[in-house]
Design a protein around this ligand. Structure first.
Ligand code: PRX
Length: 667
């Protein structure tokens, strides 16, 4: 079994000659956890040998591999070619006609799964709804008819701005059924963000709710939409779902109640027979500079990778209850809530609200009550749970869990160990899944019945996915040498472009490395071929001539018993080029003082080496994060450099956290 108590051996391994062209990696994690034998026995892929065989076959003949997966779906007309690649533009399954909504619903309704639960929904106040595949199909068909009555045609863009209620997924699937292109806008975004996204995609309709519940209160979403659409000439109508009974103003001719329109719509709606490359959705993601990028995904390639990656990474079985804590406003919610689980006929649990409402044990309480078997969440949530204390977790019976997943950021090895021990009780494999809005689906991840895991690495690429770590000139790095993470071959769920901006698409992803997709991430590949993500290359710092991934210094800090969360950035320093500034959130029972500062500096020096010792440590009650939970290091860099913030803070979740992060060395 696993070498549970082996220590994390974090060492300085940089060689000065490579520091110019690559990124120094300073972390070597020695712990290794093979899949539990009983898990492997029943898994879809149950050994490394089986994985290697699949990987080699996909590499030798990608067309046969992807074509073989595509055969399992329903096509109105079969494709003529699997891939037409005109770099950097891909056409997958050209000539084929299909419908992703048909594959997610109708195929199950025509099988024994008709009365199986598709969505088990729990509201923040504890209310529950269960939608079977049959019922979901009926609601989606009705709403697809509503869209048609409202004049929505294939290819029209539809913006969706709602909290986490089943109707959000119903709206998404209804768009797919009629061939409309959905653009889900996370319900935490401002009026300005909606205006920007609606105008960029020239959406014709907004589907929203009157409000959304949040931590016992509610937010009026319709008022925000009203403010946003003053400046959106393309919008013709707004459909409003009643959720919170907010007071809202309905504009004559423009605004319609969801329930009124559903009352008029028929139960059956033929799915549109769409080209394989028909646009499915646009999802906006922030770039490091400039306006958000509208990432465009299309129908068939996205469909087959969403479904097959879901099946293999989560080892999904019909008996599973799968709980993904993401919001449908992000790509994780698109691929692994709205589409992947339904395409596989799975049962998914959808929770409306906050993880700490009414208390810090909400997720664990949900898992116990619904007997959840698979949990997929983010490192930011895991770190928050660590901070809140183990007792919130351990007081619940989590024996139904068999698999855990994480996504969104590098997971610090100590947070991984906590997830493994406290949540998984040492029993559940962890799939650390690396991917991006742009990749559409998981690219690098363990297969839980096959891949031995190591805390902090997403391990190996999925079959059919060709990732590598390269130098600036595109030549491959040797084992354990840090470099740039690239994808060397097209894959079916890849973005097709940035909506309306092919130039930006080519420049952002395809201009740094000849004919390879650049992910923007730094990484290293270890001696087992495992990929260790070192964060965005923007988060790389140069200290005394060594380029360090700040995430590694963060992991060293988090491995100290007092630390719950840490973010490390650099500020210019005359002597060293850059000095490291660490923002540290302590566990509740610890107090930040000079002694602890010194102890943490020494701890990092011991774990990594003196070069990585933070020059300054600031105590933080919380760290500034985007609404999807990523730490906004850009703001921290500004604070560290000038003690003030002039840059854009519109994506910041909680403005309060910035207050106490200024210079504190004198306190
Ligand atoms: O830096 C990587 C990080 O998140 C980026 C993609 O962000 P986004 O498009 O918002 O999608 C997040 C959900 C798929 C990546 O470039 N990232 C994502 N997953 C991981 C990760 N970093 C390390 N390990 C992961 N498992």
């Amino acid at each position: 079994m696993a070498t549970d108590d082996a220590t994390s051996n974090v060492q300085h391994t940089v060689t000065p000659s490579t520091a110019e062209v690559s990124i120094s990696s300073v972390m070597t994690e020695k712990r290794k956890f093979p899949p539990p034998a009983d898990f492997a026995l029943n898994a879809h892929v149950s050994s490394m040998a089986e994985y290697e065989k699949l990987y080699a076959a996909a590499e030798a003949d990608p067309d046969a591999y992807w074509g073989g997966i595509a055969e399992k779906f329903h096509w109105f007309k079969k494709w003529d070619s699997v891939l037409e690649w005109n770099s950097p533009y891909a056409k997958w399954f050209k000539g084929g006609k299909t419908n992703i909504c048909y594959n997610a619903l109708d195929v199950h309704v025509n099988s024994w799964r008709k009365n199986k639960a598709a969505i088990i929904w729990e509201g923040e106040e504890g209310d529950e709804r269960v939608l079977t595949y049959g019922e979901l199909h009926r609601q989606v068909s009705k709403f697809a008819n509503v869209l048609k009555i409202a004049g929505i045609k294939p290819g029209d863009r539809v913006a969706i701005y709602m909290g986490m209620v089943p109707e959000l997924i119903i709206a998404v699937l209804a768009c797919a059924r009629v061939g409309a292109v959905h653009n889900v806008i996370f319900a935490g975004f401002s009026a300005h963000a909606i205006t920007e996204r609606v105008n960029d995609s020239r959406a014709r309709m907004v589907i929203c709710a009157d409000g959304t519940r949040r931590r016992g209160g509610s937010i009026n979403l319709k008022n925000i939409v009203d403010e946003a659409i003053v400046n959106t000439p393309s919008i013709r109508s707004v459909i409003v779902l009643k959720v919170t009974n907010e007071e809202v103003h309905m504009h004559n001719g423009m605004d319609h109640w969801w329930h009124d329109l559903m009352g008029l719509a028929a139960d059956e709606c033929e799915p549109a027979e769409l080209d394989a490359e028909h646009p499915l959705f646009v999802l906006y993601t922030s770039g490091s500079t400039g306006k958000p990028k509208g990432i465009l995904h299309t129908t068939a390639g996205y469909m087959i990778h969403a479904a097959s990656s879901f099946k293999y990474v989560f080892d999904i079985k019909d008996e599973d209850i799968y709980f993904c804590t993401a919001d449908v406003g992000w790509i994780t919610g698109h691929t692994y809530m709205a589409y992947g689980p339904l395409l596989c006929g799975a049962t998914m649990l959808m929770y409306e609200g906050a993880p700490n409402y009414p208390q810090w044990d909400r997720f664990w309480d949900i898992i116990n009550r619904h007997k959840v078997t698979i949990l997929y969440t983010a490192p930011t949530a895991i770190r928050a749970f660590i901070r809140a204390g183990n007792e919130w977790v351990t007081k619940h019976n989590l024996s139904s869990l068999r698999l855990l997943g994480t996504v969104g950021e590098p997971i610090n090895p100590e947070a991984w160990m906590w997830y493994h021990k406290v949540v998984g009780q040492g029993r559940c494999p962890i799939v650390d899944t690396w991917w991006q809005t742009e990749t559409g689906g998981i690219m690098v991840s363990p297969l839980p019945g096959a891949t031995p895991t190591k805390p902090g690495t997403a391990t190996r690429p999925l079959p059919g996915i060709a990732v590598d770590v390269v130098h600036k000139d595109g030549t491959p790095c040797v084992a354990n040498e840090g470099g740039y993470l690239v994808i060397k071959k097209p894959w079916p769920s890849m973005l097709r472009t940035i909506y309306g901006d092919n130039d930006r698409y080519e420049k952002t992803y395809w201009s740094d490395f000849n004919d390879m997709y650049f992910t923007g991430d730094g990484a290293r590949k270890d001696e087992d071929g495992y990929i260790w993500i070192m964060g965005r290359v923007d988060d790389v710092v140069n200290v005394s001539g060594h380029r360090l991934g700040t995430s590694e210094v963060e992991s060293a800090l988090v491995s100290h018993e007092a630390v719950a969360e840490a973010a490390v950035v650099s500020r210019p320093d005359e002597l060293k080029g850059n000095a490291l500034v660490a923002f540290v959130t302590l566990k509740d029972e610890y107090v930040g003082d000079m002694t602890l500062r010194e102890a943490l500096r020494n701890h990092v020096a011991k774990e990594i080496g003196p070069i990585a010792k933070p020059d300054e440590i600031r105590w933080a009650k919380g760290l500034p994060k985007t609404r999807s939970g990523k730490i906004m290091r850009r703001l921290l860099r500004e604070l560290a450099t000038s003690n003030e913030i002039k840059g854009d803070v519109t994506t910041l979740e909680d403005f309060g956290v910035l207050e106490n992060l200024r210079d504190q060395e004198n306190d």
